[in-house]
Design a protein around this ligand. Structure first.
Ligand SMILES: [Zn+2]
Length: 392
């Protein structure tokens, strides 16, 4: 019977030394044994096409295996996974239905590759149907895939709270229960965004929207990654685009802006009503402090400056729909010290209800930035404080 046949991608064979250092005959034999049950193999190099990273393909008896090999020197979080999305995209777009994809820990791996973040990424990978060929030799705990989207969101939050420095990708739900991913599409974060979308495609029961958060000119994921994500039929990809936001700003007095929501997520963290603590994402809005309609009337600002105010993460709070409405109706007000106040003329059962649902009577210190207070001052210009009483 014909021996399994490797196609070795360009990362491993640009120079002969690379091949000898990174991909020894022992490693190839081990991979071959673990995927096909036999250790002998033939191989060829494939240096066509663009750089697709640390990938080998192994064909045997009509089945095609894709094997992504780990980095050896683990230094930074996301760069350790940079080869994986292109391998995964190649696998997903492969037409042969008899196919499988694996991840292989390189025997020379060094550094801390078992941090909570790495474990989270391994779990996403397993959820995205990537098999691990040698996890038992390298990890203390076996990796379990995520079962639900909620499971992914909860774990992502946990990682974020232990590492507030790297806030890249957010998963939340929109008003119609749709899963929403706000993902950066540049730098190392694009790998996380891609793997996250592929994992969500396996477990989501509802449609998923991916809002691509760019920087400068680069606003989209690599073409192959987009094709792979869309081919699974679950995730719809949207660009976040200043031109569209600008048109929306000029034509409407309420701004349903991807960029604004993303900036609120960055500034305030996950959706949680600032007045009552409600965390049901479907009913939490991004509420402008200085309202869009008022910004537009300001004659001292240029059009671009107005848009910047409308999209500023400091110009907003997460509020549940009740509290958003109460704020916009000026029944509730926030003063410059961050105290929540109610219109003194409200009385009786309405006041009892207001006090009952408004559990947070003082905004957190972390919210009260100079810019935030500046927006409060603009908002309150026409609301006399003497007409209000403090809720607490
Ligand atoms: Zn609320």
């Amino acid at each position: 019977m014909k021996a399994p046949h490797f196609t070795i991608k360009n990362k491993f064979q640009k120079q002969d030394t690379l091949y000898r250092d990174l991909l020894t005959p022992e490693i190839l034999s081990d991979i071959c044994l673990k995927t096909t049950g036999r250790p002998d193999y033939t191989y060829e190099f494939d240096d066509t096409g663009y750089n697709i990273g640390r990938l080998v393909e192994l064909e045997h008896q009509g089945k095609k295996n894709f094997i992504s090999i780990s980095e050896t020197d683990i230094r930074s979080r996301n760069s350790s996974f940079q080869s994986l999305p292109s391998a995964l995209a190649r696998y997903i777009l492969e037409e042969n239905p008899n196919k499988e994809i694996f991840f292989y820990f390189h025997p020379s791996i060094s550094g801390n590759y078992e941090t909570p973040y790495f474990i989270f990424m391994y779990r996403l990978m397993k959820t995205a149907k990537i098999g691990f060929l040698n996890e038992a030799e390298y990890l203390e705990q076996p990796i379990s895939p995520f079962i639900t989207a909620e499971d992914i969101i909860a774990n992502k939050d946990r990682i974020r709270s232990t590492n507030r420095g790297n806030r890249s990708t957010y998963v939340t739900r929109g008003q119609n229960n749709e899963l929403q991913v706000y993902g950066k599409t540049y730098g190392a974060n694009k790998y996380e965004t891609t793997i996250l979308c592929l994992a969500l495609s396996e477990v989501a029961h509802s449609k998923v929207q991916l809002f691509q958060i760019g920087e400068g000119g680069l606003t989209e994921l690599p073409q192959k990654a987009k094709e792979a994500i869309e081919s699974l039929g679950v995730v719809k990809i949207y660009a976040s685009n200043r031109t569209i936001e600008k048109i929306d700003f000029e034509e409407n007095n309420s701004l349903r802006s991807v960029e604004y929501v993303y900036k609120l997520l960055e500034t305030l963290g996950d959706k949680k009503c600032a007045f009552c603590g409600c965390e049901i994402p479907q009913i939490i809005d991004g509420a402008h402090i200085w309202p869009v309609a008022e910004i537009k009337k300001d004659e001292t600002l240029s059009q671009d400056e107005k848009l910047a105010c409308a999209l500023d993460g400091a110009n907003g709070l997460w509020l549940c729909q009740n509290h958003h409405k109460l704020l916009d109706s000026n029944i509730l007000r926030v003063n410059e010290a961050g105290e929540v106040q109610y219109k003194s003329e409200i009385g009786g059962i309405h006041l009892i209800f207001l006090k009952y649902i408004t559990r947070q009577t003082q905004l957190q210190e972390s919210v009260l930035s100079d810019r935030f207070i500046n927006y409060i001052q603009k908002r309150n210009r026409n609301l006399r404080e003497s007409l209000y009483s403090t809720v607490g």
